[in-house]
Design a protein around this ligand. Structure first.
Ligand code: HEM
Length: 303
């Protein structure tokens, strides 16, 4: 067909190629085009800091840090606790002897300042930040996928629950029951906590062996597994944190999984060796203290 056929648009100039594109000469490299005189790349955003110098991060950043640093405080308490309830009984092989160490260190972690700072507040912050993070990520997902109706929301899944988080939630009722029986009920019924010692736990094992055995195995097992997996995560050793560019990533993940579960198993075994093997077999306490213990355990059964 002829180039200047009446039904085709007129050709603009002679440089136009076969595709209707105009060929231009290459721009010399040393000559920056006028429109880019200010700099070819957009200016880098200066790091902005807030008045407190905290930087400009989103809620997920702060919530993750609250979740992380609050667990440091609880770790200090957990170290005291495994020492008093397992290592010292294992070393002394005697409940009355181990009680002396427990009563010696207890004023430090049960003092008016230490207990809220080391246990209660960090725990509340740890659990609340985890839940808040979950709701925040859910909201982000709904926004990202543009959920508008109730049906849309139902089709978008909630953030997945990791094994560590599931252990954390399982730990809440177990630790809650433990706190209720050792820290809340005794002062509530007797005005103070002074008579509570390892002998109180031994007494419980003698009265209710199955519940005590099952309860402590669950509490120590779930707790220790959560702490060890949690620490592996903070230190960057969780299997999911293996570098994606590593050539043998699969092997690394597998090794990490076995190592973390191995440490959890060893620590649980150590804790239970002292708690069940020594304290659990300590037997009943006689005299008026034994009668007070009976009263407390009866109250628990009645509740
Ligand atoms: C040594 C102490 C602790 C460490 C290192 C630790 C570590 C962690 C880590 C890393 C997570 C996040 C898991 C994930 O998102 O995959 C987590 C979540 C959680 N932790 Fe702990 N934790 C500790 C103590 C506790 C205790 C004593 C409790 C309860 C009594 C607890 C309850 C929870 C709960 C409920 C969650 C789930 C939050 C969520 O993801 O929705 N943690 N912990």
């Amino acid at each position: 067909m002829a180039n200047n056929a009446p039904d085709l648009p007129p050709v603009a100039d002679d440089d136009t190629g076969v595709m209707g594109l105009t060929q231009v000469d290459p721009s010399p490299v040393e000559e920056t085009p006028l429109e880019y005189k200010e700099g070819y790349f957009p200016p880098a955003q200066a790091a902005r800091a807030t008045t407190l110098g905290l930087g400009n991060h989103g809620p997920a950043y702060y919530l993750t840090r609250i979740q992380k640093y609050s667990s440091y405080a609880f770790t200090v308490f957990a170290a005291f606790h495994i020492t008093n309830t397992s290592l010292v009984p294992l070393l002394t092989r005697s409940v009355p002897e181990a009680n002396r160490y427990l009563l010696l260190t207890r004023p430090y972690y049960q003092s008016a300042l230490a207990e809220p700072l080391l246990v209660a507040l960090p725990l509340a912050a740890h659990i609340a930040s985890g839940i808040a993070l979950r709701f925040y990520r859910r909201r982000q997902a709904l926004k990202r996928y543009g959920a508008e109706t109730h049906t849309d929301r139902k089709t978008i899944p909630w953030p997945s629950l990791s094994g560590t988080s599931a252990l954390g939630y399982a730990l809440v009722p177990l630790a809650g029951f433990h706190v209720w029986t050792t820290r809340i009920l005794p002062p509530y019924m007797h005005g103070d906590n002074s008579m509570i010692s390892l002998s109180y736990i031994s007494h419980g094992f003698a009265l209710h062996p199955l519940v005590s055995f099952g309860g402590f195995v669950a509490l120590v097992g779930v707790g220790t597994w959560h702490f060890v997996w949690g620490w592996a995560r903070w230190l960057g050793y969780a299997p999911s944190q293996a570098s994606p560019t590593e050539s043998r990533r699969h092997l690394t993940k597998k090794r990490r999984w076995y190592a973390i579960n191995g440490v959890s198993l060893a620590l649980t075994g150590l804790w239970l060796a002292g708690s069940l093997g020594i304290v659990g077999r300590g037997g009943k306490t006689g005299g008026w203290i034994g009668r007070e213990f009976d009263e407390l355990y009866n109250a628990m059964v009645r509740w």
